[in-house]
Design a binder for this molecule. Structure first.
Ligand code: ADP
Ligand code: MG
Length: 338
C-alpha cells in the first residue's frame, strides 16, 4: 500500500507541471512611437513572438491609415480629391463609422476638419492664430456629408480642395487589431495604451479587474479610477495638445462649424466600450458636443459608457457608475448620472 501511494505521488508530481498549474505568464513591456504618440504594450505572456507580431500589426495599420505616409489609403484619398479612390476594406469601414458618428453628433465630429488643423499649425507644430478670412475660406472645405462612399467597389471620394484625417478614430481601431493579434497568439491578459486609448485583454493575471486612472487635466494625477476588463477606455481632452498665444490657450480638438478649437465645458471625456474605434471617436465627439448635448450621443450608442469631467461636476453613465471611484481631490464634485 505504502509503495502504491508513493508511486501515485510521483506520478502526480510528474503530471502537475503539464496540467492545470501552469506558471504565471511574465509581464512583457514594450514601448514604441507610432501614430504620432507613445504606445505602451504591457502583455502577460510566455510567447515573445506574440509581441513582435503585435508591433508589426501596428506598423501595418499606421502605413494604411496615416495622413502623412505617401503609401497610405488616407494620403491617396486626399491627393486625389475630386475623384473616386479605391481603398482597403479596413479604411473604407473606418470612414463609414466616422460618418455615422458625425451624424449622431450633429456634425460636431468631422474627419474633414484636417485643412483647419493645418491652418492652425497642429499638423506641423508651427502654430498660428488664423484671421477671419482664412477661417471663412477653410470652413468651406469642412463637411463630412460630402464624403462619398461606394460600398460595391470600396471607393471613396472627397470634394476638390478638402482632405480627411483619421486622428480621432484610428488609434482606437489599431488598438483593437493589436489586441486581436495578441489574442490569436495565446495572450489572455494585457493592457495596451495608445496615448489615451487603453485597450484591455481579459483581466489582470490574478483575475482582478484592471484599475484604470483617468487623468486630471494639466496634472500628473488622476481624477478617478475605473475597474474594468476586456474593454476599451478612451479619453479626449483639451490638455493633450495645445499652444498659447497672448495668454490664450488653443487646443487640437476643433469645432467643425467654427474651424477653431472647440469651446467646451467638458475638461475630459472618457468613453468605455467594446469597439475601440467607436470609443475613440465618441470621446472626441463628446468633448466637442459639450455636456448639454451629450444625450444625442448616449442615446445613439447605448452600449457605450461615458465619464465626463467639468469644472464642478462628473457625468457618469448609469451602467458604469459602480465601477468608478473619484480621487480624494475630486470627492466634492457632484455626480450626475446620465
Ligand atoms: P488624441 O488623438 O490627442 O488622443 P482625440 O482622439 O480626441 O485625441 O483626437 C484628436 C484628433 O482628432 C486631432 O488631433 C485631430 O486630428 C482630430 N480632430 C480634431 N477635431 C476633430 C473633430 N471635431 N472631429 C474629428 N476629428 C477631429
Ligand atoms: Mg478620439
Amino acid at each position: 500500500m505504502k509503495k502504491l501511494l508513493s508511486l501515485l505521488f510521483s506520478v502526480l508530481l510528474l503530471i502537475s507541471p503539464l496540467s492545470g498549474c501552469k506558471a504565471k505568464a511574465p509581464l512583457q513591456k514594450e514601448e514604441l512611437y507610432a501614430l504620432d504618440t507613445l504606445i505602451t504594450l504591457s502583455v502577460y505572456s510566455h510567447n515573445s513572438e506574440a509581441l513582435k507580431l503585435a508591433k508589426a500589426e501596428i506598423k501595418r495599420l499606421e502605413k494604411l491609415l496615416s495622413v502623412t505616409d505617401k503609401d497610405s489609403d488616407v494620403y491617396k484619398i486626399n491627393l486625389n480629391c475630386g475623384t473616386f479612390v479605391s481603398v482597403s476594406d479596413e479604411c473604407f469601414t473606418l470612414i463609414k463609422t466616422a460618418k455615422e458618428v458625425s451624424k449622431a453628433a450633429s456634425g460636431y465630429f468631422d474627419i474633414t476638419v484636417y485643412p483647419a488643423l493645418k491652418l492652425w499649425g497642429f499638423t506641423t507644430s508651427e502654430y498660428q492664430v488664423p484671421d477671419e478670412n482664412e477661417l471663412l475660406a477653410v470652413k468651406e472645405k469642412i463637411g463630412y456629408y460630402n464624403i462619398e462612399l461606394n460600398e460595391s467597389n470600396k471607393t471613396v471620394k472627397i470634394p476638390q480642395g478638402s482632405s480627411i484625417d483619421l486622428g480621432a478614430i484610428a488609434k482606437g481601431y489599431i488598438a483593437d487589431k493589436t489586441a486581436e493579434m495578441l489574442i490569436n497568439n495565446g495572450v489572455t491578459s494585457a493592457l495596451l495604451n495608445f496615448g489615451g486609448n487603453i485597450k484591455l485583454i481579459g483581466s489582470k493575471p490574478e483575475g482582478e479587474d484592471f484599475k484604470i486612472g483617468i487623468k486630471a487635466p494639466f496634472t500628473d494625477s488622476y481624477f478617478a479610477t475605473l475597474n474594468v476588463r476586456d474593454l476599451t477606455v478612451s479619453t479626449s481632452g483639451d490638455y493633450e495638445r495645445y499652444f498659447e498665444k497672448e495668454g490664450v490657450r488653443y487646443h487640437h480638438i476643433l469645432n467643425p462649424f467654427t474651424a477653431s478649437p472647440a469651446e467646451s465645458d467638458i475638461k475630459s471625456a472618457t468613453v468605455i466600450g467594446k469597439k475601440g474605434e467607436l470609443c475613440d471617436a465618441l470621446s472626441t465627439a463628446a468633448f466637442v458636443l459639450k455636456s448639454e448635448n451629450i444625450t444625442e450621443l448616449t442615446e445613439s450608442y447605448p452600449d457605450y459608457s461615458f465619464v465626463l469631467l467639468t469644472d464642478e461636476r462628473v457625468y457618469v453613465s448609469e451602467n458604469i457608475a459602480d465601477d468608478l471611484t473619484l480621487a480624494d481631490d475630486f470627492r466634492s464634485f457632484e455626480i450626475t448620472i446620465i
